[in-house]
Ligand binder design. Structure first.
Ligand SMILES: [Mg+2]
Length: 294
């Protein structure tokens, strides 16, 4: 049996000794080693971790508003980072923002986007119908959406630090170029994988788009292609996302993380960021705050 890392992160500082005592006394963990990653993040190396303790531990951590991650000591992914855009690296749902500018009828249809992210309806059909609402509208609306983009806390540090740690970083989004290009370049992602709007005469929306990964247009499909191309196994992928269309890539990555995610992701993915910011991904990968790139 190999040792397991348990990383805990909170929005407030931990008292180190108290945290160690708490873990020992409540969960009877055999702690081989520990690393203070920052004032608010500690990693514990647990000997012969008994997985059946997880359910209870998750419950207690959640009550205490602590984000946590269990990771086999020798299975820390280190090669590829796949990151969702809308409601993950940025606060916005950028297609929603565009569609809202199209008026009342559009807003009704727009409700389908929430259902798609919850996995209740098929994402491809809702995407096509929502993009078709943009037909004939000026391309300049994109500028307005870009002006309204708000980045989630920690986004800059996350991508810069992963780049610096030799990760190949991918922004992979069901959102659209050129919005994704803007966000991806600003945050210094090395690659941007995105749907792409089609335009007429370069100034009005055609109401159609070119999908990410061909017919299937899925992030998991792209991941399969990338894995073969780069000869990198899924276990060396880290993926981050919040919606139903991220589920496949999160489930198949060495470390899949939900960020303020929809229920379908919470129900199926163990590691979640619910209380802290995006830099928790770095702590989960055992990177110390003093090594962050800002
Ligand atoms: Mg999303």
């Amino acid at each position: 049996m190999t040792n397991t890392f348990l990383t805990i992160v909170a929005n407030q500082n931990f008292k180190y000794d108290e945290s160690v005592d708490f873990l020992k006394n409540h969960f009877y963990l055999d702690i081989a080693n520990s690393t203070i990653l920052s004032d608010n993040a500690i990693s514990f190396e647990i000997r012969d971790f008994d997985e059946s303790k997880k359910t209870h531990m998750k419950k207690v951590f959640t009550q205490k508003k602590i984000d946590f991650c269990f990771l086999d000591k020798f299975k820390i992914p280190s090669k590829i980072f796949l990151c969702d855009m809308d409601s993950t690296i940025i606060k916005n749902e950028t297609l929603d923002d565009l569609v809202k500018m199209c008026g009342a009828e559009a807003r009704v249809i727009d409700e389908t986007s929430r259902l798609a992210m919850e996995g209740k309806i098929d994402i491809k059909s809702t995407l096509s119908s929502r993009v078709s609402l943009l037909k004939g509208k000026p391309k300049s609306m994109i500028e307005d959406v870009i002006k309204g983009i708000k980045y989630n806390q920690g986004s800059n540090t996350l991508i810069k630090t992963l780049n610096n740690n030799k990760f190949n970083t991918y922004l992979i989004t069901g959102g659209f170029k050129p919005i994704s290009t803007y966000v991806g370049e600003r945050l210094e992602f090395q690659n941007i994988i995105s749907n792409e709007f089609e335009f007429e005469n370069d100034n009005t929306f055609k109401g159609t788009y070119v999908p990410i990964a061909g017919e299937k247009n899925s992030k998991l499909e792209f991941m399969r292609k990338l894995s073969a191309e780069k000869d990198v196994e899924f276990k060396d992928f880290v993926a981050l996302g919040d919606g139903a269309n991220d589920l496949g890539m999160l489930q198949n990555s060495g470390l899949g993380i939900g960020y303020n995610s929809h229920k379908i992701i919470k129900d199926n993915i163990e590691t979640q960021i619910n209380f802290t910011d995006l830099t928790s991904v770095l702590y989960f990968l055992q990177i110390k705050k003093e090594d962050f790139i800002r």
